[in-house]
Design a protein around this ligand. Structure first.
Ligand code: DC
Length: 230
């Protein structure tokens, strides 16, 4: 089946794209609990393929495309506005957050076959519920017919600072300069690839969170969603 023909139907879809560390996850989780939306962090799918690639040593695009199509991935709410990612019975939420898995996710995300293999899951997700998804190409490729498109961004330095705090809270040692260099490399790979590069989709509303707190970022996005549902 051509996955792009999976219809949106009557449900409303909110697409939130932007670079790593802009606060997409926290903002979307907040919106999902506030408005009762299904939520999918699409980056977790690419990270899961990246994790499979790192664990198995497979780097071949055809083999990874097959793995992406067959992987038993699930993304489930676990209460308190939190979500957990599973590969079969194994919970991989924490494993997926590792910096090297993000890099591996970004590398496999440049493979057109892998992207195609993950499209159906993204379009089916939420089924007939109002849904919010975050990623890099949700508004441009996954749901070009989304009801609301937001491009959430922040300066590279601010994003690196936030990611450093997150990693430090998990007990990881962080050298901020290295983090900035790795984030820049990932941003460039995600924005410059040939297939479905990260971009603000036509009609997307730009939300720059550089000088906003998380609460302020959430409020801004929630106001946009509230206007859609009014
Ligand atoms: O959002 P994230 O940092 O978890 O995403 C990990 C990588 O996955 C990111 O560097 C690029 C890729 N990705 C993508 O290409 N398209 C998406 N919709 C989401 C993520």
């Amino acid at each position: 089946m051509d996955e792009t023909t999976i219809a949106k139907g009557n449900r409303r879809v909110v697409a939130v794209d932007g670079p790593a560390g802009a606060g997409k996850g926290a903002v979307c989780r907040g919106a999902a609990s506030r408005f009762g939306l299904a939520y999918l962090e699409t980056g977790a799918l690419y990270r899961a393929v990246g994790l499979i690639s790192l664990r198995s040593g497979i780097g071949n695009p055809d083999a990874l495309t097959r793995a992406a199509g067959e992987m038993p991935f699930a993304f489930r709410p676990v209460g308190g506005g939190e979500y957990a990612a599973f590969l079969g019975d194994e919970e991989v939420t924490l494993a997926l957050r590792a910096e090297e898995v993000g890099q591996a996710g970004s590398r496999v995300a440049a493979m057109p076959g892998v992207r195609r293999a993950l499209l159906g899951f993204q379009r089916r997700y939420g089924q007939d519920r109002d849904t919010i998804l975050d990623g890099r190409d949700v508004g441009s490729v996954v749901w070009p017919d989304a009801d609301l498109k937001i491009f959430l961004t922040a300066s590279l330095e601010e994003r690196a600072k936030r990611r450093a705090l997150e990693l430090q809270a998990r007990g990881e040692t962080v050298i901020v300069e290295n983090l900035i260099a790795r984030m820049l490399e990932r941003d460039q790979r995600d924005a410059e690839r040939d297939h479905a590069p990260m971009c603000a989709a036509p009609g997307a509303i730009l939300v720059d969170t550089t000088s906003l707190t998380l609460a302020q970022s959430r409020e801004k996005v929630n106001n946009l969603i509230a206007a859609l549902f009014a």
